[in-house]
Ligand binder design. Structure first.
Ligand code: R5P
Length: 309
């Protein structure tokens, strides 16, 4: 006889291991995760009250599940979407869900991972601490800005790397260089290079912490007659890629391609990058754009398998 979970609700008998719950703009990912892992999937209800406050609701009784995989694309509207995530975690914990695994493919506030100027918060730590305090057991993100800074008390932090996917996208090229626009992302190009066996280097970048203005210093780098693939975690204003492209072109690069995991593309960054001479822009689906060509879902699923096994 098939057990009816509704009848067991009041007995607190757990009949299912994991439920996948995704926010509406993340349901493509939610569906793929659930289908691949053979789990049920629901889309959370959301609305905004007239005063701007957020509302979320699980559309089914989640108390018959032992664990929850919560998927939220936290950009755009990152402040609102982080609040939604927190409401969903706390509600699930409140309802007795033991294991709560969060997937935020793009982690907002991750670039403020230290106190750059006196008096600033370390915003990344604030966000991670809140998620952990509210009851998240683990947090999966993709290509976090600085993996070393991605840690929190009582919450497992897992960074999914998309570098094999980037290598697959670049494919067999000759006379090419992989380039990090600053030393902070050098490890990324090094990892992609391990798959492709092509040389890699970086530029020296300085950002004015008050104005945000970027300056770059060309270093000894032979890009004459070469195709250059710039690989970075984030394209926000596009300033970094534009300045790097200007320098690379002046040094004789034939073509410059931009590859980034999280494409925020602020203030028409894409048009400005293309005007500056970038031949193509390739982004992942952590933030869907018309440049999305790399799909990280299966890499995220691999990380989830390790958590729910
Ligand atoms: C900085 O350290 C990051 O890796 C990116 O290079 C940066 O966030 C890109 O920002 P933007 O597009 O505004 O120059």
């Amino acid at each position: 006889m098939r057990i009816n979970p509704l009848k067991l609700r009041n007995t607190h008998l757990i009949v299912e291991k994991y439920l996948v719950a995704s926010f509406p703009w993340s349901s493509d990912m939610g569906n793929e995760v659930a289908n691949t892992l053979g789990l049920n999937h629901v889309t959370l209800e959301t609305k905004q009250f007239p005063d701007g406050e957020s509302y979320i609701r699980y559309p089914i009784d989640i108390t018959t599940y032992e664990g929850l995989i919560l998927i939220q694309r936290a950009y755009p509207e990152q402040n609102n979407r982080l609040i939604q995530t927190m409401l969903a975690i706390h509600a699930a914990r409140d309802m007795g869900i033991k294991n709560i695994h969060i997937v935020l493919p793009y982690l907002p506030y991750s670039r403020q991972d230290k106190r750059f100027r006196d008096g600033e918060p370390i915003s990344l730590n604030t966000i991670l601490s809140l998620l952990s305090l509210l009851g998240a057991s683990s947090l999966i993100t993709v290509d976090v800005h600085k993996p070393d800074a991605f840690k929190a008390p009582n919450m497992r932090c897992i960074n999914v790397e998309p570098f094999d996917l980037y290598a697959g996208k670049i494919g067999n090229v000759s006379n090419a260089v992989l380039l990090s626009p600053d030393i902070g992302s050098l490890w990324r190009v090094k990892k992609v290079s391990e798959y492709l066996g092509i040389p890699f280097s970086y530029l020296e970048k300085f950002r004015d912490r008050v104005t945000g203005e970027i300056t770059m210093k060309p270093k000894e780098l032979d890009v004459t007659g070469k195709e250059v693939f710039i690989i970075d975690d984030i394209i926000a204003t596009g300033g970094t890629i534009i300045e790097a492209t200007r320098i690379l072109k002046s040094m004789g690069a034939t073509r410059v391609y931009a590859i980034a995991t999280h494409c925020l593309l602020l203030n028409m960054a894409d048009s400005r990058m293309l005007e500056a001479g970038v031949s193509s822009i390739t982004c992942s689906n952590t933030i869907p754009t018309k440049y999305t060509e790399v799909y990280v879902n299966q890499s995220v699923i691999k990380a989830l398998r390790g958590l729910i096994a």
